[in-house]
Write a protein of this length. Sequence first.
Length: 320
Amino acid sequence: MQLGELLIDVQRLAVLREVARAGSFAGAAVALRHTPSAVSQQIAALERGAGVLLVERSTRGVTLTDAGRSLVATADAIHAELEQAAHRLRALAVAGPQTLTVVTFPSAGEPLLAPALTAVTAATGDPVEITVIEAEPDEALGLVRDGRADLALVYHFHTRQAPRGWPAAAGPGRYIPLVTDPLRLLVPAGHPLAGRPAVSLADVAAERWIQGWGDVGDVADMLAALNGFRPEVACRSSDYRFMSALVGVGVGVALVPSLALTGSPRVRALPVTPQPTRYIGAYLPRRHQPNPAAERLLAALRADRPGERQHAQPGDHNGR
């Protein structure tokens, strides 16, 4: 079959995307409000049009072949472009402003995103209607892939390079490193360790902990295990201001990102040896028609990197 003879129906591509997500015809049928038989027939028709096997069927579900995965990646890109085109058409129909949708994790909102958005909202020319979605990295990358977000602020640990799975999770685009955000150990101002230039987590093995949720909490657990102890958790919270307040009144100690420091005089933020670090960046999808507001926002984010300053600025207090 010549390449020009391929017959690929866009609607059937959407069915393949759901099959890939659900891992079964039945799961895709629920999402699409079809019957499993109808989903199976759509995939079979897509395979005939493509001239290649796209899924391997078994009693445990379905698994995409290499060709199927390649086609899903194309389907994701098409879906995202159509989603963006729909936004533009709606704006044109009502003569509305240009739109910009940004997804961010909570603790980047105040110190990173809000100042950078000033460059967009204060710019002369056509107004921009801004939508902000709060989400952790995995969900944020999915929103970019689906065309529901124009730019995502995300974070990761362990190495400066973005995780290998992110390009597949987010679709075509580029990751731009922005901020190196070291984690700090919060102790009460009167704590015996408060005057130390740096501490090891082994120094606080016997303390009670105010433990974060998500990846930051997981990193604290991992570092504690490497230092030979399991934290005794007094409280779990995703609110860094609350965590700092609990440390200040002596409930326990906490490990928090520098961007989330509140500047409270009741706590001391100590470097940790070895130093755990959170790496923050932006993911900008590659679109057929790039969003100029997203490009301006990215330029503003790159121009102002508070996490690189000697003294971290107060951060967001409502999440990870």
